[in-house]
Design a protein around this ligand. Sequence first.
Ligand code: SAM
Length: 452
Amino acid sequence: MFPKSPFLRNPLMESQILQRNPIQLEELMNWLCRPPTITTYRVNTLRTTVPAFKQKLQEILDERYTHPPKLYEVPSIPEVLCISPTSFNVVDMKQKQSDLQREVVVDSCCGAALLRGAHIYAPGVLAMEAGTKLNEEVLVYADLAGKCKQGTNIQYDSVDKIFLGVGVVRMQRHQIFGPAKSSTAEPLKGVAVEMIETISGVPTIGDLSCNEALLQNLPSIVCVRVLNPQPGERVLDMCAAPGNKTSHIAEVMGDEGEVIALDKVTNKISSMLEKITSLALKSISIYNFDATKAFNAAKEAENNERLGKPPFAANTFDKILLDAPCSALGNRPLLVFPPNMSQRMLESYPKVQRKLFSAAVPLLKPNGVLVYSTCTVTEEENEGMVAWVLDTFPQMSLVPATPHLGDIGLEQTALSNVERQYVQRFGQQAKEIEGVPFDTVGFFIAKFLKEY
Ligand code: SAM
């Protein structure tokens, strides 16, 4: 049912960005345009237990599906719950495509979220035909070219729209777009179209995140387990917003110790603060701060009391997570490639990643651990960055990034064969867990030890 490369492509940019031969490139693009097939929740074990959340999820799935998807755990990461894809019926879906009259069009960003199991919120809707009724079943399309105007009330004709699935209308046009010749009334917030089924087969249960569990990509969860924070340690999360790994770090530490979370972007900080406050994690302190400036050589070493504000002195942290700003090309499904990004922007990421490393290394205590991660697939930001660190900082050595659930690093890069085995790349070679392909977003993890 999933069309081959259904997304908008610019082959010239693709080969420049990804530097692969044509066959590799084609395979990579076909993988990037599809969503991960598994859905993962990280259970907050300070608030509930995995069996309790599993039961809650099972009830939701049982209510929604005659043949509910499978729920399973990952042995090496006890706080994870995975949901397998549904066994949807292609024939039924084709029948609906010919039976249903009306359609709703969403933007490509919303389209990508739908393929991962989300519902449609009002701001994502571009077109809904006039006369569409509440609770009516509709065909849902994504406008890949970005040309459909918000508020369109007729059928939108374009070669660049792709069929995504079927949903039920939960809001009418005037609620979504506001009244015509608008008064002061605001468009409604909330679910505008509840998805029943999509061409990806990912269960359409929306986002069930709450204080007990978080919808989170599996490699992001693995990343914190690779860091392996311990109760009582001082941990720096350099690029922390929206704070999903920060809360995981504090939870793994049993909320004992100090977790300093920095982010440079001011408007991400308030929502992060809100989230962390609602989780009542007392070990976390959040600062709106540029992490490239987090090390201050002139600052006297702090005493053993609670840490002050950034910047910090040398040898302050036991562990550092550098979940770097990156080109984010592993965020599957990418329905438009390259995403809205210039060559200049793409080239800016390795520069900032190097600056962040240069601040991180002195901040780490001898024998401290630094984990570097990205959600992208380019060699330069991943294997290339690891090679640069090993060349630039003789005190840093690469160690195995365990638990190792992903693939090994790319061949024929600046990394040796041994180093390649140590890093973890979540890519096209999905492993199987419990007989289900462990298909995730594109991600990269490397772990370093500061030897002196
Ligand atoms: N670790 C986060 C999580 O798991 O929820 C995601 C982090 S995201 C990949 C990268 C973050 O780096 C963005 O929130 C961005 O605002 C932040 N950032 C970019 N440059 C930064 C800098 N110089 N200092 C601190 N944060 C920065």
